[in-house]
Design a binder for this molecule. Structure first.
Ligand code: SF4
Ligand code: SF4
Length: 298
């Protein structure tokens, strides 16, 4: 267990079920969930589930939908922090709180269920120290009264549980996204409130992968990056490879981290555009100065 305490004092929840400690992967939990348990489906009857970029990819592919249709049909957007980062959550059943994929037999998308469902009752907590570039993973434990799995007679380490639930691959695929979210959170007020355009860009890249594919294959954008045709083929090969490129693209656009080479011609063109814009502004200012000077007839 690491000695970082979660600050739950100002939590709006009266009785917060999250254990106020962070654990490492070798920490043993006592837990088992199975079909015969008395609380079966209780957790899926009252959901508040945030989705990751790869959750969207797995679910939309399984359901045979475009990312846009999946987002419209099954999710709603929310702000991960005020005015900061766009996130999405599962839309529950109409006029209810249950998950739309819940059936009497259990989860109808079990093989493709999202990261949060796989992790439960463990929660992943990504941390990044101010002076360090890489993120660290720790875990929190959620102990809700309705969940009887904590009373089952089985001990398992968090690492073993993550393996059992098939969540390791998901975490690896979404790592770039978590780093982006952490980077934005730790950049604080100095970074300022992101523009509407950068919020839209973040949303498209992270969740609307089919739209991002169209955006990336736009010749103008493609021509501004110094990448070979083989590199483009690798980027566009699958939704996962594309979205990983997207995370790098966002780091470059939002935080100025240059990891995708840009063609000199695109840099020159951008410089020319900046100069032209500055000239227009200067001309506008000059016209304003002239028109606001008092006329001799006055
Ligand atoms: S996706 Fe499956 S496991 Fe997750 S809340 Fe819905 S029914 Fe439950
Ligand atoms: S044991 Fe917990 S996770 Fe399993 S069905 Fe019951 S409430 Fe859900």
């Amino acid at each position: 267990m690491v000695d970082i305490k979660l600050n739950l004092d100002d939590s709006p929840a009266a009785a917060n079920p999250v254990t106020p400690n962070l654990f490492e992967g070798d920490y043993k939990i006592k837990f088992r969930c199975h079909k015969e348990i008395a609380c079966f489906n209780a957790c899926c009857s009252n959901i508040d589930i945030a989705l990751t970029p790869h959750d969207v990819i797995r679910l939309k592919q399984h359901l045979g939908l475009s990312s846009g249709d999946f987002l419209r049909e099954y999710t709603y957007p929310y702000e991960m922090e005020q005015g900061g980062i766009a996130g999405i959550k599962y839309q529950p059943v109409e006029n209810g709180t249950a998950c739309r994929f819940m059936t009497d037999e259990g989860c109808s998308v079990y093989e493709h269920r999202p990261t949060a469902c796989r992790y439960y009752p463990v929660g992943l907590v990504s941390l990044r120290k101010q002076e360090e570039y890489t993120d660290q993973q720790s875990y929190a434990l959620v102990e809700e009264a309705h969940c009887l799995g904590h009373q089952e007679d089985r001990e398992i380490t968090i690492d073993e549980y993550r393996k059992e639930q098939g969540v390791i691959e998901y975490d690896e695929l979404d790592r770039g996204w978590r780093q982006l979210v952490l980077q934005k959170k730790s950049s604080g007020p100095a970074f300022g409130k992101p523009s509407k355009r950068s919020l839209q860009l973040f949303f498209m890249v992270c969740y609307d992968v089919d739209r991002f594919r169209v955006f990336v294959t736009n010749e103008e954008l493609k021509n501004s990056f110094d990448l070979t045709e083989t590199e483009w083929q690798d980027i566009l090969a699958t939704d996962s490879t594309l979205i990983n490129f997207g995370f790098r693209f966002l780091k470059q656009v939002l935080f100025g981290e240059q990891s995708i080479p840009i063609k000199q011609s695109a840099v020159d063109e951008r410089e020319q555009q900046k100069i032209a814009k500055a000239n227009i502004e200067a001309q506008k200012q000059a016209q304003y100065d002239v028109s606001s000077e008092p006329s001799e007839l006055e």
